[in-house]
Design a protein around this ligand. Structure first.
Ligand SMILES: [Zn+2]
Length: 414
């Protein structure tokens, strides 16, 4: 079936100026034409969707989410406070809500098993297109090592779909990468530093993994055609990650202290996924050590984003959502604009640039002939105010691969 969306202002994700009174033609799952309405000739049998007064943007992409995470409390994280089936249904609802907010693709940084991807692909549940990390690969004591504050290991029985991800030494690291790929990992998620919410003693500037271990991880991941997304906030662990050649730095809060490394990131196109949203949340944490870390890193984080723009380090939007709630993924765009991105840059960080970060730029991220038809019709202008993307009522129409996934349109007055 051929469908044409007409009359809206088109922001195609390439950074080109918005096109007023545009048309986007879709044949099946692909875009076949996009541009000024009068330049797009629709066949007589095409279904016309009149979206005058609206804005069409590419389907949004969150490059760092945790769709199966529903809180930071230990019992929640370990899956102890409700039946697994209840938690799975909760996750299914998050997938549906995230898609309905215009997020047609999500890279999950760990915790979501391959069964959800299968369920979306089979049409059992609505959800974004998924790029899965499965579990966070780290050494003993790293953020993938599940130990309680009392020193006890996770008491829940290991889920074979979310395999054990602790590895020590290059050989074990290689084995765990292979195990993740066997379990359905599309990307390898690892961590070379602690984080804001990690245990006391393993904070943003504390390192995990040696250079030899990280080199083994990157080599094995690349040999299996998987990119490496590396949680790295600052200090020696951040340097290890970049020296080993990871494909994206997640969080990167203290990148501003590494001007040489940032220049290298710009030169080799290493992505920066700041996830500003999660640290805004952590600034209000009930745990004093989490709060202190989030407060301490804030000015560095903003400076890192600004330096990245100046140097041309590519930025992709990610929320690190999960613990802090779903599905307000567009909050990240608000925070990126507050940190210094233009609204157009913020929008590209969640469309074209995010698609590049995921290696999917030939299929996704822009509204151009030949791309998959992932589109969002917004009632409002994200270039005037990116927060319109946080208002569900304004996300009027969501198409994923040409299929309508959400339709909140009211009849237009003619
Ligand atoms: Zn994460």
């Amino acid at each position: 079936m051929i469908r044409v969306l007409t009359g809206a202002t088109l922001i195609d994700g390439t950074g080109a100026a918005p096109v007023p009174d545009a048309a986007v033609m879709i044949d099946g799952d692909r875009i076949t034409a996009a541009g000024p309405r009068l330049a797009v000739s629709a066949p007589a049998n095409a279904e016309i969707l009149d979206v005058r007064g609206r804005t069409i943007i590419p389907g949004l992409i969150d490059a760092h989410d945790h769709l199966a995470s529903h809180g930071y409390a230990l019992a929640t994280r370990w899956g102890l406070d409700e039946p697994a089936s209840t938690a799975h249904l909760r996750t299914a609802r998050v997938l549906a809500e995230t898609l309905a907010m215009g997020y047609t693709t999500v890279r999950d940084g760990g915790g979501l098993d391959a069964g959800f991807k299968l369920a979306v692909e089979h049409g059992l549940i609505p959800g974004p297109r998924l790029v899965l990390g499965i579990q966070i690969v780290s050494p003993t004591g790293g953020i993938g090592d599940r130990v309680s504050p009392s020193g006890h290991g996770c008491c829940a029985v290991n889920d074979p779909l979310l395999p054990e991800s602790v590895a020590n030494g290059p050989d074990e690291v290689r084995e765990v990468v292979r195990t993740m790929v066997r379990a359905g990992a599309d990307v390898i998620k690892t961590a070379t530093t602690g984080g804001a919410s990690s245990r006391p003693g393993h904070g943003p500037l504390d390192a995990a993994f040696s250079l030899q271990e990280m080199q083994a991880l990157v080599a094995e991941s690349h040999a299996l055609d998987r990119r490496v997304m590396c949680h790295a906030l600052g200090g020696p662990g951040l340097r290890t990650a970049l020296e080993a050649g990871v494909d994206s730095i997640e969080h990167g809060c203290y990148l501003d202290e590494e001007p040489t490394l940032m220049a290298k990131m710009a030169a080799q196109g290493t992505f920066f996924v700041p996830t500003l949203t999660v640290y805004v949340y952590h600034r209000e944490s009930a745990s004093p050590h989490v709060r202190a870390r989030a407060v301490a890193l804030h000015s560095h984080h903003v400076a890192s984003v600004q330096r990245a723009i100046e140097l041309g380090v590519p930025i992709a939007a990610g929320t690190d959502a999960g613990g802090h709630g779903h599905p307000n993924n567009a909050l990240e765009l608000k925070h990126l604009v507050e940190a210094g991105l233009t609204p157009m840059q913020a929008l590209r960080s969640a469309t074209q640039w995010a698609a590049q970060c995921l290696g999917l730029e030939r299929e996704l991220g822009t509204i151009e002939k030949g791309r998959l038809a992932d589109l969002v019709v917004v009632n409002g202008s994200p270039l005037s105010d990116v927060t319109v993307l946080l208002d569900a009522a304004r996300i009027e129409l969501v198409l994923k691969s040409g299929a309508v996934c959400a339709d909140r349109r009211k009849p237009l007055a003619s």
